[in-house]
Design a protein around this ligand. Structure first.
Ligand code: MN
Length: 318
């Protein structure tokens, strides 16, 4: 059940609460019955409008119901208890977020997005519910809150115990796609889709959810594939900051980061020196050093050249 809250000012400048609820047909019908003695003139596009003490309820045929007034919250609570969770309203939160760990989930996350040097990586991990506790005992959480050292320590255990798939977009390829007008979000979508295809092709298992750590909303994600004329894996559930809501996504974030760290090790041995992660003044100077020593084109194989870092590095050399 979704509850969106907005505070607006009414004519008397009192704070007034407005809640929107997306309900199923059964609940909508029950509501129409329940409020029939309180209905007032129905606004256009609405199914009915009712006025009770401290609350106006407007229901739409789209199954959206708006509760407005100082008793709105109290009123809406009644309906929340009645209804089973319904499909999410566009990109808004899915109900019962923390319950994902009670289901068999595939989690998806990526790494290397904000790092000037090194590839973009994506991982998806299948975590059936009976494996949740084992992974939690490893201390898996959002990879951004874990050191790279710890990530490298636990990633092999995740890989041994869970079905997973990983994709890497090397810098050269990244830069080529970027130059063709394929933006970072589209590349992430492509990488995730490839990883999911690999996982679902290679293994046979049943699952309840594919959870994507949301980087764009659902409709944008699928639009990318339309634009690129690729048919994607569908039925994904998009959750903002999903690492905190699903152990499968947290595990995917660890594998994606692990893959990025390992790729950076490889680039270091290729370059003969450790390349800095992230984007910072240190990174600007390092990029300047590469340009100075090997020429600007050398960045193509080590960096995401469209970052502002490239310009900053060129400035430093002037
Ligand atoms: Mn993420």
């Amino acid at each position: 059940m979704i509850k969106l809250r907005m505070i607006i000012w009414n004519e008397r400048n009192d704070l007034m609460s407005v809640y929107t609820l997306l309900v199923d047909q059964k609940t909508l019908d029950t509501m129409a019955d329940f409020y029939q003695d309180y209905t007032v003139k129905t606004p256009s596009h609405a199914k009915f409008q009712a006025k009770i003490t401290g609350c106006t309820i407007t229901a739409y045929n789209s199954k959206k119901v708006v509760f407005q007034g100082k008793n709105a919250e109290q009123e809406i609570t009644l309906w929340q208890a009645l209804q089973q969770p319904v499909k999410q309203m566009k990109t808004k939160q899915v109900p019962h977020l923390t319950h994902f760990d009670n289901f068999d989930c595939i989690g998806c996350d990526e790494s290397g997005v904000g790092d000037y040097f090194g590839p973009l990586t994506a991982a998806c991990v299948y975590v059936p519910k009976q494996q949740t506790d084992k992974l939690k005992q490893l201390g898996i959480m959002d990879s951004k809150q874990m050191t790279d050292e710890y990530i490298c320590k636990i990633a092999p255990t995740i890989m041994e115990s869970c079905y997973h798939a990983i994709t890497i977009l090397p810098n050269e390829k990244y830069n080529q796609l970027q130059a063709k007008g394929i933006n970072g979000h589209m590349m992430k979508a492509l990488l995730h889709n490839q990883a999911l295809q690999k996982l679902l092709n290679d293994q046979t298992f049943t699952f309840d959810y594919i959870i994507m750590d949301q980087f764009v909303n659902e409709s944008t994600y699928y639009r990318y594939f339309k634009t690129l004329q690729i048919s994607p894996i569908t039925g994904l559930t998009f959750i903002p900051k999903a690492e905190g809501h699903s152990i499968a996504v947290a595990a995917a974030s660890v594998l994606a980061r692990y893959t990025y760290v390992k790729a950076m090790d490889k680039l270091a041995s290729k370059y003969g020196k450790t390349l800095p992660k992230g984007a910072s003044k240190t990174v600007d100077h390092f990029a300047a050093e590469i340009i100075h020593t090997h020429g600007e084109s050398c960045l193509q194989i080590y960096a995401k050249v469209h970052f502002a870092t490239t310009q900053k590095a060129l400035e430093l050399l002037k």
